[in-house]
Structure formats: C-alpha cells, structure tokens
Design a binder for this molecule. Structure first.
Ligand code: ADP
Length: 453
C-alpha cells in the first residue's frame, strides 16, 4: 500500500503534556504522529498520519486562546488534515470564561460552510444547522467517566474530586452541560449513555435530532472504552471533534476503514539516533525522587544545588565536565544530572530564594547543561519534570517531535524532527514528574538506544 502523503487528523492541544498524551494514544492506534511545540513557522510538508499542535492556551485570555487555536487550524489545514480534534484535559479544566467553549465555537465557525448548511429559516437562527461537534473529556483508563452529562473522577463527582480547589481552573460544577453552556452562546445538549450503548447508528440518529433542535455542541457520555469506540465511529464525518485523549481511541479505525491508513505500518518507528545520552532531573515529585534514588544506587550522578547556583558557583561547567569524563572513560557511562531533592530541602531553598527564583535557577542550569552536552555530541536526553522538559526542549531549539512507542503510560519515546538544514535529530524521553516506574531512566535509555517500534 502506498504511504499517505498528507496527514489525516489535525489536533490542537491546550497544553504540552496533554498533547503528548494524545499523540501517544494515536500512535498506539496505528497513526504515525508528529507533535509540534507551538505553531510551526512554515508549511513545509510533514510525513505523518496525525499532527498535534501543542499550545499553552488552557488558562490564557480567551481571545488569545481563540487566536492561537485558529492559527493552528490554518496550519493544520495547509498540511491537508481532513478532520480536526481539539484536545483538552480529561477533567475539563477551564475557567468560567473559557477556554473550551470559545475555542470550540471559533473552530466550528471556521470549519462550517454557512452556504452549504443554510436551511432557509428567515431568522437565520438555523444558519449553522450543520455546525455541530461533541465534547467528551471521558478517559475511563484514567478513571474519568461521563454519565448523564456529569463528570466523575473515580467515584467522586468532579466538583468533589479535589479539582474544586485547583489553583488556576477550579471545577466546582460536575454538570458539564451547565459548565460548557456558561462558556458559549451555542446551544449545548447531551448525548446520553443509553443512546451510545445502542451503537453508532443510534448515535448518528441522536446527533441528527440534536441538530434539528438547534444544538451545536453535545456533551457525550462515556463510561467505558467501548463507548469511546462507538462515539469515534459515529463521529467519523464531523469536521471537528473535541475532548480528552480518550475519545481519540476510536478515530484511527475510521481512517483505516476508509482505506486511508496503512493498517500494519510501524506507526511508532523513530529515526535512528546515534550518540551518547544524559539523564536530567529537575522534578522534585515523589516518583522522580524514587527514580533518582534507584539510579544513584548503581550509576553516576551529579547534584545541582540551587543555593550554590545562587552563589554563582560554576555547577554547569562541573556537570558538563562530569558527564564528559564518564563518556570518555574506558567503560563509558551515562550520567544523571539532578536537582531533585527532599521536600524539606526544597522548602528550605525556596524560603531563602523564593520558589520562582529557585525554579528559574534550576531550570536554566539544566537547560544549559543540555545545550552544552548537545554541542559536545550528546544526542539522547531523558528528562524528568514538566517545566524542566519545556526548558530543555527550548534550549535544544526543538520545534517538532516524532512520537514513538510508549515507555510508561503517557510517556512515549520521541525523536526531534530537524527543521533546519544540517540539524541532527535528537532522541528525547520527556516525563512529567510523577510519571513512570522506579526504573524509568534505564527503561527510557534502553528504548532510545534500541528497539524502535
Ligand atoms: P514536575 O513535573 O514534577 O512538576 P517540573 O519540572 O514541572 O516538575 O517542576 C519542578 C520545579 O521545581 C522546577 O521549576 C524546578 O526547577 C524546581 N526545582 C527542582 N529541584 C529544585 C530544588 N532542589 N530546589 C528548588 N527548586 C527546585
């Protein structure tokens, strides 16, 4: 079968780790996937079945989120994408002002051809009668389910799950029809569980009925992966789908059924990356602490101390020299450079320097270690910490990642896609602090080194 020359599915994600989670899901479904960090500067064609644009638009001003999402849409359409997916968090993280409603509205407007859907009503009220999408944050594998429009986290309603205390996006109402209706002038409806349980045909009929009632966005119930597969199948002809990464489960099968997706191609294949490796840990989360301790029991590590950095000690030079000595030894060894430490020490450092300044110092140090080691020939980077990963990716000037096989849930191996002449690809495993098993660093290095798909 010939390789499709243009991407099929174009995704816009409202944060970086959410984008990676979605990309990981699509690769597992057999779609070759490239994730971009922000909106690419040009329209050079990309060989992939799915593209995921990672924005940081969850809590910014709604108008800005809309503008960035529309610019992403333009780029995805220029790449040839046939269907658009707007990805947000499985706990529907958003403020009263948005951004899920405003962004979904703007994408619907941009993707709807009013002249093709006008029903001739004098008032124009039904002008966009085909302007329709679903909103489904459900992710049963991670215990997020939607039942009769209400979002549950495990056994608790969203509003009693701890999310009601979130510092940026407190979720105090579990009724998603109500939550979304507060964010949009479009009429919000509900696709109920009992309909979804009757299969894709029943869902299509329900969608037709909702459309006739003037509903533009329907919260979709889903309590199992089977529901998500049904929804995916029923929505195969919608220009826009919105939801968590769970609802993407059902999408690869649509493209496969239409003969557009190579059925057994190595979706997770990454280009071979030659060169040595380093592990960088800037997370103080529990899982990372255990991973650092497990690594230090058998491998070399160099600690970056925030207070020493603040005194101007040359820790970056020392860390780079430490990595190079071990790489040049008779028996070369990969090293860990880490700021990870106990919660007590983090508190002490933060009380002296302030949390923001301490974080900046550590992130900047690890980012410059990454850049200098890259310039010295290191090509594989395992990074622990969400913010730390962002800082490293920026320091390495990485703009796009091809997504490989999963290392641990939510964390795939990736390889940077060179965007400039002469640029070498680097292998990256970027994990948010609390992800991964205790031996994550070794597993990630082994995967970046060898078995590709
Ligand atoms: P996580 O994914 O676990 O939240 P992040 O990298 O997103 O990890 O955030 C961890 C933050 O803590 C970063 O800003 C990092 O620079 C900071 N940090 C890490 N180690 C220390 C330390 N020893 N002292 C102070 N701040 C630290």
């Amino acid at each position: 079968m010939t390789q499709p020359s243009r991407p099929l599915l174009g995704c816009i994600a409202d944060d970086f780790t959410g984008a990676t989670d979605l990309a990981n899901m699509l690769v597992r479904g057999g779609m070759r996937t490239v994730q971009t960090i922000g909106i690419p500067a040009d329209n050079a064609p990309i060989q992939a079945d799915a593209l995921v644009v990672a924005l940081k638009s969850r809590t910014i001003d709604a108008a800005d989120a809309v503008a960035q999402s529309l610019a992403s849409l333009d780029w995805l359409r220029a790449q040839g994408c046939q269907q658009i997916f707007f990805k947000y968090c499985s706990t529907f993280d958003s403020t009263e002002a948005g951004n899920i409603g405003p962004v979904a509205d703007a994408l619907l407007d941009a993707l709807t051809d009013p002249s093709a859907t006008y029903e001739g009503k004098e008032s124009g009220a039904h002008k966009h009668s085909h302007r329709f999408t679903i909103a489904c944050p459900a992710f049963p594998e991670n215990h997020r389910t939607v039942y009769r429009g209400h979002l549950f986290v495990g056994d608790a309603l969203l509003s009693e799950s701890g999310m009601e205390n979130h510092p940026l996006t407190p979720m105090t109402d579990a009724n998603l029809v109500r939550v979304l209706q507060r964010q949009t002038q479009s009429k919000v409806g509900l696709l109920r569980y009992d309909t979804i349980a009757r299969g894709a045909g029943a869902v299509r009929e329900a969608i037709a009925k909702l459309r006739a009632e003037g509903v533009h966005i329907a919260i979709a119930d889903a309590i199992s992966d089977a529901d998500l597969y049904t929804l995916g199948e029923a929505c195969n002809d919608l220009p826009l789908i919105t939801g968590g990464s769970g609802v993407a489960l059902g999408l690869p099968a649509n493209f496969r059924a239409a003969g557009k997706l190579e059925s057994d191609g190595p979706a997770a294949a990454l280009p071979a990356v030659e060169g040595s490796a380093v592990v960088l840990a800037g997370s103080a989360s529990k899982a990372t602490q255990a991973q650092v301790a497990a690594w230090l029991a058998g491998h070399p590590g160099f600690k970056i101390d925030a207070l020493a950095l603040s005194r101007g000690e040359p820790l970056v030079d020392q860390a780079v020299a430490f990595a190079q000595q071990h790489a040049a030894a008779a028996q070369p060894q990969t090293v860990l450079i880490y700021a990870t430490t106990s919660p007590d020490e983090v508190k002490r450092v933060q009380s002296e320097l302030g949390a923001a300044r301490a974080g900046e110092l550590v992130e900047a140090a690890l980012a410059s270690v990454a850049r200098r080691l890259r310039d010295a020939g290191v090509r594989k980077f395992v990074v622990a910490g969400g913010e730390t990963s962002g800082a490293v990716v920026q320091a390495l000037d990485v703009r796009m990642l091809r997504i490989g096989a999963q290392i641990d849930p939510g964390v795939p191996a990736t390889a940077s896609v060179p965007t400039r002449d002469g640029e070498a690809s680097v292998g990256l495993a970027l994990k948010s602090g609390n992800f991964g098993t205790v031996d994550f660093f070794e597993k990630a290095l082994a995967q970046l080194d060898g078995a590709r798909a």
